[in-house]
Each structure stands twice: as structure tokens, then as C-alpha cells.
Design a protein around this ligand. Structure first.
Ligand code: S3P
Length: 448
């Protein structure tokens, strides 16, 4: 894919549905009694992998493409309604599918093997195997390397309290889902708050999910108004709830909106309205960092009526300055760090990203890959163990970029292309279909 600057970003765009919420709507819908009706479901390959795994376990799922997303009906069979799949479950490129599903599979009355593509087979699974084993699960790495394929022999589980060494919603959600099948309460404490979509949606479906009283708060981007997020560092769940199918409207994915926010900020003369973006405070770190960098972003039509808040974002091109990105904000923008690194490459001064070692175990080693590719376009950048040091403000030049088949790397350099001279050539550019089918078409449609 070759991309170069054509025109400022103008007009408006509806962002496709949130990947994390789309996955969960299928999983929890399958475990609920009755039908779950999902609108604006993300049709990215990762979420389709989740659908196919549940179909293999006897769940009827109707999928109707609708506008930019899909309308999905999941005919749930209750907590104990899954049936043994006839073959290995294939999670494709999706870490969320492997890790969350493993928590569910650990408590079934049958055995399964779950795996995925070459990238998934390199990603660490000990982080879920350890706590699941502590709950009494029988789970092993088939190749003995702590990665998928995972072989899971279903068992009756015991509730535990787990002190997670890592702030990861995939680990937290895996344990809470296993907790549905445990004797007694299961709880997880994290070192920092990770996305809380599982807690919100499981509660909405009828589970008894609690979070501790430590409220985590930050100042929202809208007129300095304070938003308090009612979640804590500990989440707990009681076993054997009756989950009831619900209607879920998936908000636009802020992680996908991030590329358009960044592009509109970087390209002079841009003014772009992004409709219906999820602004859950456990996901909005990108907005907070952009604001600190001097970005002109206004939230309009905020809607707090559903479980997941959303708003329209009006973004205008801005002169950006360097910042430090570290500490508790990292889990709230973990998937946006590649595109934030691109913003840093064009911002005035030196941006330091720390406490983000998790980037090394995503779909690619995002610290190594961003450093390699930013260097190729002429940006002074240094990789550290847990982040990057990026000196912005130099004129940068389009180059040939290897996405390493990582969707977030491809989209980040499509954004960078618009602010570089010359042309960017992105290898394996079609990997954007993992989380954003139609990304390049959407980008072209607003550059006018
Ligand atoms: C996700 C959690 C995050 C994120 C991933 C989706 C989820 O991963 O990077 O894209 O849906 O729970 P970790 O939990 O590994 O940080």
C-alpha cells in the first residue's frame, strides 16, 4: 500500500465498533440464557474468530452485515450449554479470543485445544496458565513453551484471589470468566486499572461483579470537568449467575479513532468530526495525552446513558509538543502507543514513553518495530527496555515500512505518511483487516 499526502482531513466519519466490546458481546451472549442482539458489531477478523469458536461449540449465531458493522444475534445456551468442538479452536491473530476463552474452557465438562496464527503462537500464555492452574484448572502448552496451542482439560474450579503482576484486561477477564465456574468468589487485583468492559458487560448480563472502593479519577478533556471512574484495582465475581441475553450497541472503537485523531492533528488545515466514539475512562488515555500535547479536541454529544459512554470528537490540526507518557495511564492507551509515537515524531521536543514493556508482547514487538520504522523515515528514536525516546520536529520522509503484519503498525504509518514528504510504502498493509476493515478507504474519504 502506497500512501502520500493529498489534502487536509475534513468532514465526518463513523468509527467501526469497539473490538474488545464486540468480542465480549459474543462470549457473554453465548453463556447467557436467551438471545443477545448486538448492533454495530466490528467485522474485523479478530471478532470473526471469536464467532467461529463459539459456533464450533454449538452456539447458533446469526450474522447480518449492516451499514459499517454487523447486526449479530447470539442464541445463548446458558453457562453450561457449550458443547465439545470437533476440532482445535482457532483464534487467528486474536489474543483476546485465546485468553478470555481459556478462562471459559477451563470450567467446561469437556476438553479442548485452542491455538491461533504464527503471532499468537509466540505470545505469552503463562500469565493466564498460572492463575488458572491455581484455580484447579488443567491447562498446558502443547509445545511446552508457555504459548499456544493450549490444551485444556475441563474441571471444577476453586475461587481464588489473584494478585496480577501485570495490568492486563485479558488476564483479568480470563480469571473472572473462570470464576463463573468456580466454587466461591474469585477476585483479581491489578497494579493499575485496565479496561473494564468485562466487568461492565457481565454486570449488565446479570452477574454479581464488584470492584473495590478505590476510585480512580482523572480530569476529563471536556472543559476540565472531572470524571470519576467507578472501578478499582480489584474486581471480583460470584459463581454460577444466571446470565440473561441483552441488547448491546457497540460504540465506535477509540483505538481505531486514534488514527484519525492523530492524522487530523498532524495535517495542517484539518477539521474532522468522528462520530460515536467510546470514551470509557479506562480507554481514554490517548485523549488525555493529546490534550497535554496541546491538541484541539472537543467532545460533543456525550452520552452516558448506556453501560459504555460515548461521544463525537471534533479534532482540529494543532501544534503539538513533547510529553512524558508513563505510569498508570499506560494501560488506558496501550494499543494507541504506536500512533502516539508517530505524533511524538512530529511534536516539538523529546517524548519519553516508559512503563510500557507490554508493547514487546503484542501482535509484534511494538517497541522494536516502531523504532525500526520511525528510524527509516528519519526520526531520531531510541528503544528502551520498556518504551521509547523520540525526538520530534525534524522534517520526515516517506519510506518503505514493514508492518510485520501488525495492524496497529500499518495504520500508524498510514497516518505518518500524511505528514511526511514523499510516499510511504507499507508492506503487508492488508493486516488492518484484523481490527479495521475499510481503513484505507475511510482515510481516503476524509482527505479532501
Ligand atoms: C484487550 C486488552 C489489551 C489490548 C488488546 C485488547 C481486551 O490487552 O491490548 O488489544 O480486549 O481485553 P492486554 O490485556 O494484554 O493488555
Amino acid at each position: 500500500m502506497k500512501i502520500k499526502y493529498t489534502a487536509p482531513l475534513r468532514g465526518e466519519l463513523s468509527i467501526p465498533g469497539d473490538k474488545s466490546i464486540s468480542h465480549r458481546s459474543v462470549m457473554f451472549g453465548a453463556l447467557a440464557e436467551g438471545t443477545t442482539e448486538v448492533t454495530n458489531f466490528l467485522t474485523g477478523a479478530d471478532c470473526l474468530s471469536t464467532i467461529s469458536c463459539f459456533r464450533q461449540m454449538g452456539i447458533k449465531i446469526e450474522f447480518v452485515p449492516h451499514e459499517r458493522g454487523a447486526h449479530v444475534l447470539i442464541h445463548g445456551k446458558g453457562l453450561h450449554g457449550l458443547t465439545v468442538p470437533s476440532a482445535t479452536l482457532d483464534a487467528g491473530n486474536s489474543g483476546t479470543t485465546v485468553r478470555l476463552l481459556s478462562g471459559i474452557l477451563a470450567g467446561q465438562a469437556f476438553d479442548t485445544v485452542i491455538t491461533g496464527d504464527a503471532s499468537i503462537q509466540k505470545r505469552p500464555m503463562k500469565r493466564i496458565m498460572m492463575p488458572l492452574t491455581a484455580m484447579g484448572a488443567d491447562i498446558s502448552s502443547v509445545n511446552g513453551n508457555g504459548c499456544a496451542p493450549l490444551s485444556i482439560h475441563g474441571k471444577i474450579l476453586q475461587g481464588i484471589h489473584y494478585n496480577s503482576p501485570v495490568a492486563s484486561a485479558q488476564v483479568k477477564s480470563c480469571i473472572l470468566l473462570a470464576g463463573l465456574y468456580a466454587n466461591g468468589v474469585t477476585s483479581v487485583t491489578e497494579p493499575a486499572v485496565s479496561r473494564n468492559h468485562s466487568e461492565l458487560m457481565l454486570r449488565y448480563f446479570g452477574a454479581d461483579v464488584r470492584t473495590d472502593a478505590d476510585e480512580y479519577s482523572h480530569t476529563s478533556i471536556v472543559n476540565g470537568r472531572k470524571t470519576t471512574l467507578h472501578t478499582g484495582f480489584t474486581a471480583s465475581i460470584s459463581p454460577e449467575p444466571t446470565l440473561v441475553g441483552q441488547k448491546v450497541r457497540v460504540p465506535g472503537d477509540i483505538s481505531s479513532a486514534a488514527y484519525f485523531i492523530a492524522a487530523a492533528l498532524l495535517v495542517p488545515g484539518s477539521e474532522l468530526l468522528l462520530r460515536n466514539v467510546g470514551i470509557n475512562p479506562t480507554r481514554d488515555g490517548m485523549l488525555r495525552v493529546c490534550q497535554e500535547m496541546g491538541a484541539d479536541i472537543t467532545l460533543l454529544n456525550e452520552d452516558y446513558s448506556g453501560a459504555e459512554p460515548c461521544a463525537d470528537l471534533l479534532v482540529r490540526s494543532s501544534h503539538l509538543k513533547a510529553v512524558e507518557i508513563s505510569g498508570d495511564i499506560i494501560p488506558t492507551l496501550i494499543d494507541e502507543l504506536p500512533v502516539l509515537a508517530v505524533l511524538a515524531a512530529f511534536a516539538e521536543g523529546t517524548t519519553v514513553i516508559r512503563d510500557a514493556a507490554e508493547l514487546r508482547v503484542k501482535e509484534s514487538d511494538r517497541i522494536a518495530v516502531m523504532t525500526e520504522n520511525l528510524s527509516r523515515i528519519g526520526c531520531p528514536v531510541e528503544a528502551t527496555e520498556d518504551g521509547m525516546i523520540i525526538t520530534g520536529g525534524k522534517a520526515l520522509q516517506g519510506a518503505s515500512i514493514d508492518s510485520y503484519k501488525d495492524h496497529r503498525i500499518a495504520m500508524s504509518f498510514a497516518v505518518a505518511a500524511l505528514a511526511c514528504s514523499g510516499e510511504m510504502d507499507i508492506l503487508d498493509a492488508e493486516c488492518v483487516n484484523i481490527s479495521y476493515p475499510g481503513f484505507y478507504e475511510d482515510l481516503a474519504s476524509v482527505c479532501r
